[in-house]
Ligand binder design. Structure first.
Ligand SMILES: C[S@@+](CC[C@H](N)C(=O)[O-])C[C@H]1O[C@@H](n2cnc3c(N)ncnc32)[C@H](O)[C@@H]1O
Length: 301
């Protein structure tokens, strides 16, 4: 797997984009104190750290299939229940989380529909499933320039545009296929500053993800050509990369959350009380009609 790398390598390569994304994504999923959350495909913990900041370590669980990332999150965030597992087979009972959330993971799942279905299974009715992936299918992902340069040099270069969920509307379709309910779609953009081209390029040599694996597969001369092609497509001095992710949130059907339920419950209680009081008043003011049954009335004279 192209994520069989150190946590440090991942953080240098992708963490620079996924860390700022985590706060935006947690906002979108309305993660707030009092909830219990599961981070699916946590990597070295960019989103897990954001969940811990909002909910406390005891309220956060995480799963990840790469052992080095599991170890890194356990060390970085003591108190979080981190398990070595893939999304498609979660080792949690049904309906135990308020939020199940996967940042930049669905397109790497062996079976994205099964993974999302499992996220729905462990989320309580009224809770939220949320997922996001970079816009690899369009032209606004953090690796768009890299893959454009690779394709210009080698039209058969495997980019990430064919992966599940990476084009507009894909994630929502997967959520519907997983039977989770009605998805709400959004796009999240983060701006990441690079001081020099070298600072952007160097982590591509660390072998992380499909882009890193592609660089590692090239011979020295081809690798240098790709670096120069990327350099030509980017501005010279300090520059920003705008990275956009497609996101969906989906409320699991069933009982509504307590926060949404209380105004309605209170209104219903008040209406019932008002009806009972009104009935009592009617009985006091028309005793004949309401307290005496017809056969008990005195016969007409
Ligand atoms: C791009 S990284 C995202 C990591 C982290 N969520 C973040 O935002 O930085 C993708 C992660 O998904 C994990 N992954 C791959 N297949 C998975 C699966 N079937 N279930 C859960 N996680 C998976 C990878 O090991 C990797 O850590």
């Amino acid at each position: 797997m192209s994520f069989d790398v150190s946590a440090n390598a991942y953080t240098r390569f992708m963490g620079r984009y996924s860390e700022p994304l985590a706060a935006r994504f947690a906002d979108l999923a309305a993660v707030r104190r009092g909830q219990r959350a599961l981070d699916v495909g946590c990597g070295p913990g960019a989103l897990t750290a954001e969940l811990v900041r909002r909910l406390g370590a005891a309220a956060v669980c995480a799963v990840e299939p790469v052992p080095a990332f599991v170890d890194a999150v356990r060390e970085r965030l003591p108190g979080v229940d981190v398990r070595l597992s893939a999304a498609e087979q979660l080792s949690f009972p049904d309906r135990v989380f308020d939020v199940a959330i996967a940042q930049l993971v669905v397109h790497f799942m062996a079976d994205p529909v099964a993974g999302l279905r499992e996220m729905g299974r462990v989320t309580r009715p009224g809770g939220q499933v949320a997922a996001c992936v970079w816009d690899h299918g369009g032209s606004r992902g953090p690796l768009t320039v890299f893959w454009r340069a690779a394709r210009e040099l080698d039209p058969s270069a495997p980019d990430e545009s064919g992966l599940a969920g990476v084009s507009e509307g894909d994630l929502a379709r997967l959520v519907v296929q997983a039977g989770l309910g009605v998805p709400r779609a959004a796009a999240l953009t983060v701006r990441v500053r690079h001081s020099t081209f070298e600072q952007l390029w160097e982590p591509f040599a660390l072998g992380v993800g499909p882009a890193g694996a592609y660089v590692a597969s090239l011979a020295g001369e081809q690798r240098r050509a790709l670096r120069e092609q990327c350099r030509r497509l980017l501005p010279a001095g300090p520059f920003e990369v705008n990275a956009t992710a497609w996101a969906v949130t989906c409320r699991i059907p069933g009982q509504v959350s307590r926060a949404r339920a209380w105004p309605w419950a209170t209104t219903r209680r008040s209406l019932t009380y008002a009806t009972v009081v009104q009935y009592q008043i009617m009985r006091w003011f028309s005793p004949e009609e309401t307290t005496t049954r017809p056969h008990e009335r005195a016969p007409p004279r």
